[in-house]
Design a protein around this ligand. Structure first.
Ligand code: AMP
Ligand code: GLY
Length: 426
């Protein structure tokens, strides 16, 4: 079958790599893709926010499946438009994607269906005074979130009322996140260890992929500003069989049922961002897509036909037997541009990738571009250097850091403690 994959990050490179293993794949088009995805298919430089163009492209090229990577086209309803044109899509429709696109919706859904999550209250811009009043009554730290999409930057952990008041003011009066911050969620600060679990679902049935742990803070030891993710590893030993059973029973099954009862049947990857405390899961957030950089470690440890999994899901009849989980461990370390997540320079030549790539090392591209035949930096998160070991996580760590030491670009920075969290199991 001919497949379109939408997106241009490390996540999409990892999806392209995995589906390229499938015998079902004829042609792969990545819209717009990156220099890494080019190895597995054709990059097509189209603007995916223009739904008409994507539909036309799919028709002309006899595309049988569209896999939508990022949240924005999902929240904008690209899946709905494609389905209306009888094109199969892996990814939720607009109403279901609100589970990520509108945090006030997802929090209220969890409350209504008793899905464990931090206690919360929602305030709109018009309720500014009530929000301030509420801040006087609660304990600190507290967490304030822009309700709409904010590229992972809309969350503030406020240590005191003063900071909380400033943040609310920034959201409501200074349009820090534009319309995304006109509604906010103020919620309880949760203790514990985080994990990301992906459920691939046709809305009724599902398979869970191995649990991963992201490293969101910029610096070693989980300090500094939040980023899109500085590295990840999988599987996460934090998620024992018992915890996975609780996640399944208390989070995944009730959420899929809730979405269906609300007329928002979910088809695609439901990303559950969870806090685990004393063995109990609580939902930090839901995303309507695969995580980045978690996908870069989850897919390399899956065996079987991943394309068959996505294609059968898109058709509404998930083939759960199409994949299995290997005994391998994977780690990805993000090589970023100095200054990220703040401002940084671009356009520096990248060297060393070809020398390190092997059976056990894959370098997934994120912010890269080809310029006069040279690979150059083109973003904050530039590369995801990924190692896979069939021996142990420690072995994967040795491989990944040995590989990254051979890669270079001006201003390259990375965390040196990716996967050390695996030792602190609470
Ligand atoms: P989110 O974008 O909702 O995933 O939030 C970004 C990060 O903020 C999460 O990965 C957590 O590390 C942290 N965070 C969000 N909500 C909470 C919470 N209620 N308690 C503690 N930490 C949180
Ligand atoms: N790694 C966090 C996310 O994909 O939202």
């Amino acid at each position: 079958m001919n497949v379109v994959l939408i997106g241009s990050g490390g996540r999409e490179h990892a999806i392209a790599y995995k589906i390229s293993e499938s015998k079902l794949l004829d042609k792969l088009f990545v819209i717009p893709g990156n220099p890494g995805t080019e190895k597995y298919g054709n990059n097509v430089n189209l603007d995916y926010s223009n739904q008409e163009i994507i539909i036309e492209f799919c028709k002309i090229n006899e595309v049988k499946l569209v896999i939508i990577g990022p949240e924005i086209p999902l929240v904008d309803g690209l899946a709905d438009s494609l389905r209306a044109n009888e094109i199969n899509v892996f990814g939720p429709n607009k109403k279901a994607a609100e589970i990520e696109g509108d945090k006030s919706f997802s929090k209220n859904l969890m409350k209504k269906y008793s899905i464990p999550t931090a206690t919360f209250k929602v305030f709109t811009k018009e309720e500014y005074n009530s929000a301030l009043e509420y801040l006087s009554k609660i304990s600190y730290p507290t967490v304030i979130k822009a309700s709409g999409l904010a590229a992972g930057k809309g969350v503030a952990i406020c240590e005191s009322k003063v900071y909380a008041e400033i943040y609310v003011k920034q959201c409501f009066n200074e349009s820090l996140f534009g319309s995304s911050g006109e509604t906010i969620v103020i919620e309880e600060f949760l203790q514990g260890e985080e994990t990301s679990i992906f459920a691939i679902t046709d809305g009724d049935n599902f398979v869970l992929l191995p649990a991963a742990q992201d490293h969101k803070r910029r610096f070693d030891g989980d300090i500094g500003p939040n980023t899109g993710g500085m590295g990840a590893y999988a599987p996460a030993p934090l998620v024992t069989e018992e915890i996975l059973k609780r996640v399944t029973e208390k989070v995944i099954i009730p959420t899929l049922k809730a979405m269906k009862s609300e007329g928002r049947k979910y088809n695609g990857c439901l990303y559950a961002g969870l806090m685990i405390h004393n063995g109990q899961p609580s939902v930090v957030e839901f995303n309507c897509r695969f995580g980045d950089p978690e996908t870069q470690v989850v897919l390399p440890i899956i065996e079987g036909d991943f394309l068959e999994l996505l294609s059968s899901t898109a058709k509404g009849n998930i083939n759960k037997e199409s994949i299995s989980v290997s005994n391998k461990n994977a780690i990805t370390v993000v090589a970023a541009s100095d200054g990220y997540p703040g401002s940084y320079k671009k356009g520096f030549e990248i060297t060393g990738i070809e020398e390190v790539e092997s059976e056990n090392v894959i370098v997934f591209h994120a912010g890269t571009k080809l310029d006069d035949g040279k690979l150059k930096t083109n973003g904050g998160r530039v590369l995801n250097v990924t190692a896979i070991s069939d021996r142990s996580l420690i072995n994967a760590k040795q491989i990944v850091y040995s590989a990254i030491s051979k890669i270079d670009f001006k201003g390259m920075v990375f965390r040196k403690d990716i996967s050390d969290k695996a030792k602190i199991i609470k």
